[in-house]
Design a protein around this ligand. Structure first.
Ligand code: ZN
Length: 158
Protein backbone atom coordinates (compact mmCIF):
# COMPACT_ATOMS: atom_id res chain seq x y z
CA UNK A 1 0.00 0.00 0.00
CA UNK A 2 1.45 3.32 -1.04
CA UNK A 3 0.57 5.99 1.48
CA UNK A 4 -1.28 8.91 0.01
CA UNK A 5 -0.05 12.30 1.17
CA UNK A 6 -2.78 14.62 2.32
CA UNK A 7 -2.59 17.94 4.05
CA UNK A 8 -5.02 20.66 5.07
CA UNK A 9 -4.41 22.71 1.97
CA UNK A 10 -5.44 19.97 -0.41
CA UNK A 11 -8.02 18.21 1.77
CA UNK A 12 -10.91 20.05 0.10
CA UNK A 13 -9.81 18.74 -3.28
CA UNK A 14 -9.63 15.19 -1.94
CA UNK A 15 -13.14 15.70 -0.59
CA UNK A 16 -14.40 16.93 -3.97
CA UNK A 17 -12.83 14.04 -5.84
CA UNK A 18 -14.33 11.64 -3.30
CA UNK A 19 -17.67 12.72 -4.74
CA UNK A 20 -16.78 11.51 -8.23
CA UNK A 21 -18.08 7.99 -8.81
CA UNK A 22 -16.08 5.45 -10.74
CA UNK A 23 -17.82 5.30 -14.13
CA UNK A 24 -17.66 1.51 -14.06
CA UNK A 25 -18.58 0.87 -10.42
CA UNK A 26 -20.59 3.91 -9.31
CA UNK A 27 -20.80 2.81 -5.66
CA UNK A 28 -17.11 3.54 -5.26
CA UNK A 29 -15.42 6.84 -5.98
CA UNK A 30 -12.17 7.69 -7.72
CA UNK A 31 -10.30 8.21 -4.44
CA UNK A 32 -11.46 4.82 -3.11
CA UNK A 33 -10.50 3.24 -6.41
CA UNK A 34 -6.99 4.57 -5.80
CA UNK A 35 -6.53 6.28 -9.16
CA UNK A 36 -6.04 9.69 -7.52
CA UNK A 37 -2.50 9.39 -6.17
CA UNK A 38 -1.56 12.89 -5.20
CA UNK A 39 -2.87 16.44 -5.16
CA UNK A 40 -0.53 19.40 -4.99
CA UNK A 41 -0.93 23.12 -5.27
CA UNK A 42 1.48 25.14 -7.36
CA UNK A 43 0.35 28.72 -6.94
CA UNK A 44 -3.17 28.71 -8.35
CA UNK A 45 -2.73 25.43 -10.20
CA UNK A 46 -4.04 22.19 -8.80
CA UNK A 47 -1.83 19.34 -9.89
CA UNK A 48 -3.53 15.96 -9.68
CA UNK A 49 -1.48 12.83 -10.15
CA UNK A 50 -3.55 10.02 -11.62
CA UNK A 51 -2.63 6.37 -12.03
CA UNK A 52 -5.03 4.75 -14.48
CA UNK A 53 -6.35 1.31 -13.60
CA UNK A 54 -5.74 -1.17 -16.38
CA UNK A 55 -3.67 -0.13 -19.36
CA UNK A 56 -6.07 0.32 -22.21
CA UNK A 57 -8.98 0.56 -19.84
CA UNK A 58 -11.52 2.76 -21.64
CA UNK A 59 -12.02 4.68 -18.41
CA UNK A 60 -8.49 6.13 -18.51
CA UNK A 61 -9.21 9.36 -20.37
CA UNK A 62 -12.58 9.52 -18.69
CA UNK A 63 -10.95 9.66 -15.23
CA UNK A 64 -8.96 12.74 -16.25
CA UNK A 65 -12.02 14.42 -17.72
CA UNK A 66 -14.15 13.67 -14.67
CA UNK A 67 -11.50 15.01 -12.29
CA UNK A 68 -10.98 18.19 -14.31
CA UNK A 69 -14.70 18.76 -14.67
CA UNK A 70 -15.39 18.24 -10.96
CA UNK A 71 -12.77 20.82 -9.98
CA UNK A 72 -13.87 23.24 -12.72
CA UNK A 73 -17.52 23.26 -11.67
CA UNK A 74 -16.38 24.03 -8.14
CA UNK A 75 -14.54 27.09 -9.34
CA UNK A 76 -11.04 25.68 -9.71
CA UNK A 77 -10.12 26.31 -13.30
CA UNK A 78 -6.39 25.69 -13.27
CA UNK A 79 -6.12 21.96 -13.19
CA UNK A 80 -3.20 19.94 -14.42
CA UNK A 81 -3.33 16.17 -14.62
CA UNK A 82 -0.15 14.15 -14.42
CA UNK A 83 -0.44 10.52 -15.49
CA UNK A 84 1.76 8.31 -13.38
CA UNK A 85 2.17 4.78 -14.69
CA UNK A 86 4.61 3.52 -12.03
CA UNK A 87 3.95 2.06 -9.59
CA UNK A 88 1.26 0.32 -11.59
CA UNK A 89 -2.26 0.53 -10.24
CA UNK A 90 -3.16 -2.68 -8.46
CA UNK A 91 -6.08 -4.11 -6.59
CA UNK A 92 -4.15 -4.03 -3.29
CA UNK A 93 -4.93 -0.30 -3.26
CA UNK A 94 -8.58 -1.09 -2.70
CA UNK A 95 -9.38 -0.98 1.01
CA UNK A 96 -11.41 -3.69 2.70
CA UNK A 97 -14.18 -1.13 3.07
CA UNK A 98 -14.13 -0.42 -0.66
CA UNK A 99 -14.21 -4.12 -1.46
CA UNK A 100 -17.17 -4.53 0.88
CA UNK A 101 -19.05 -1.78 -0.98
CA UNK A 102 -18.31 -3.49 -4.26
CA UNK A 103 -19.53 -6.83 -2.92
CA UNK A 104 -22.75 -5.28 -1.65
CA UNK A 105 -23.28 -3.85 -5.12
CA UNK A 106 -23.16 -7.34 -6.62
CA UNK A 107 -19.56 -7.35 -7.83
CA UNK A 108 -17.24 -9.92 -6.35
CA UNK A 109 -14.10 -8.06 -5.24
CA UNK A 110 -10.58 -9.24 -6.16
CA UNK A 111 -9.10 -12.12 -4.19
CA UNK A 112 -5.39 -12.78 -3.84
CA UNK A 113 -5.24 -15.82 -6.06
CA UNK A 114 -8.19 -15.29 -8.45
CA UNK A 115 -9.24 -18.83 -7.49
CA UNK A 116 -11.99 -18.84 -4.90
CA UNK A 117 -14.62 -16.45 -6.19
CA UNK A 118 -17.56 -15.79 -3.92
CA UNK A 119 -21.06 -15.17 -5.26
CA UNK A 120 -22.17 -11.71 -4.04
CA UNK A 121 -25.80 -12.84 -4.08
CA UNK A 122 -25.77 -15.97 -1.89
CA UNK A 123 -22.11 -16.00 -0.67
CA UNK A 124 -21.47 -19.43 -2.18
CA UNK A 125 -17.98 -20.21 -3.47
CA UNK A 126 -19.43 -22.79 -5.84
CA UNK A 127 -18.99 -20.56 -8.89
CA UNK A 128 -17.57 -20.83 -12.39
CA UNK A 129 -16.25 -18.40 -14.96
CA UNK A 130 -18.52 -17.85 -17.93
CA UNK A 131 -16.40 -15.34 -19.79
CA UNK A 132 -12.96 -13.81 -19.27
CA UNK A 133 -14.47 -10.40 -19.82
CA UNK A 134 -17.53 -9.07 -18.05
CA UNK A 135 -19.23 -5.72 -18.50
CA UNK A 136 -15.74 -4.15 -18.60
CA UNK A 137 -12.27 -5.57 -19.39
CA UNK A 138 -11.40 -5.22 -15.68
CA UNK A 139 -14.05 -7.77 -14.78
CA UNK A 140 -14.86 -11.37 -15.62
CA UNK A 141 -18.34 -12.78 -15.89
CA UNK A 142 -19.11 -15.56 -13.45
CA UNK A 143 -22.09 -17.71 -12.68
CA UNK A 144 -23.06 -19.06 -9.30
CA UNK A 145 -23.76 -22.80 -9.38
CA UNK A 146 -25.93 -22.59 -6.28
CA UNK A 147 -28.26 -19.65 -6.85
CA UNK A 148 -27.60 -19.67 -10.64
CA UNK A 149 -27.22 -15.88 -10.72
CA UNK A 150 -24.58 -14.35 -12.98
CA UNK A 151 -22.22 -11.79 -11.47
CA UNK A 152 -19.08 -9.85 -12.26
CA UNK A 153 -15.76 -10.55 -10.61
CA UNK A 154 -13.30 -7.69 -10.39
CA UNK A 155 -10.04 -9.33 -11.39
CA UNK A 156 -7.05 -9.23 -9.11
CA UNK A 157 -4.38 -7.13 -10.74
CA UNK A 158 -0.83 -6.57 -9.55
ZN1 ZN B 1 -25.09 -17.45 -5.58
Amino acid sequence: MVAIQKNNETQKFWDLLSEVPDPEIPVINLVELGVVRNIELDGQTIIVTVTPTYTGCPAKKLFNDLITEKLNVNGYNNVEIITQLHPVWNTDWLSEETKAKMYKDGISPPTDDNLVITCPHCHSTNTEMVSQFGSTPCQSLYKCLDCLEPFNYFKCHR
